[in-house]
Write a protein that binds this ligand. Sequence first.
Ligand code: ADP
Ligand code: MG
Length: 298
Amino acid sequence: MSISVSNISKLYGDQKALNDISFEVKEGEIVGFLGPNGAGKSTMMKILTTYLDPSEGSAMVNNFDIHSQSIKVQRSIGYLPEHNPLYLEMYVREYLTFNARIYKISKSRIEEVIKLTGLTPEANKKIDQLSKGYRQRVGLACALLHDPQVLILDEPTTGLDPNQLVEIRELIKSIGTAKTVFLSTHIMQEVEAMCDRVIIINKGKIVADKNLNEISDETQQIIEVEFDYRIEEAFLSKLSNASEVKNIHGFSYQITFDTKKDMRPTVFDFAHDNKLKILQLSRKNKNLESIFRELTNP
Ligand code: ADP
Ligand code: MG
């Protein structure tokens, strides 16, 4: 196991930020740690990176104990903290060299990391001059310098514009092919875009821990269908297993079915039998966003 967390709780004064958390992350997995603000994500990450001690419980990172082998834990992880603290006055290559010295890392590795994180064109610029997306790359480069097996990234895409977002996600995904990645986010699409698995946390407790393909499997199915003229919702409700019919716009309808069986052929046959013309038909799984809302709404 890359990460193994057993019954961790964390108290700040009398506030319980983490309440009996247990989970495991396997080698090579990209796991999203999803939760609303204040859920306890950063606290969990600070414990895993040995910046904070838990009030109760234990954890292993790369088979090292966070309490008794904290130096070994630190050596085996790359950590991008929440607000990515950087020295803005330093130049990119200079900053990475400065960090590399701390770990006694070779010059060639610095160049390798610059290349890997797409920083080559910016390497001679002051960090101050970089866009937020490139600053995140510098943070990632720094986390990767000592070639750690496990990456812990605390909200790596928060504050990025849509283009930067896509670029950083792709970068994390490509880095993730060779490493274990545990990343936090409060954005559900993020998890869908990058992760193999999601652990959802709310008010310090884990409320879901699932593989992404399980999520799309187990849930209801929504079919969106567009006809060439208006149909009564009540008429469409006659479709077998249809639990809800909504007119979403124009002649388009969203039909929810309580079954795993692909209902597209049924809808098609129903239209044909009733001489209705279908202009468009598509199937949607109940998405992570609605699951997240159900699990984390008070
Ligand atoms: P997240 O990263 O999911 O937004 P945090 O782990 O930062 O959540 O915070 C979880 C809870 O613990 C929040 O209610 C937060 O206010 C509280 N908290 C975090 N850090 C401290 C601290 N150093 N002292 C007191 N309370 C804290
Ligand atoms: Mg946080």
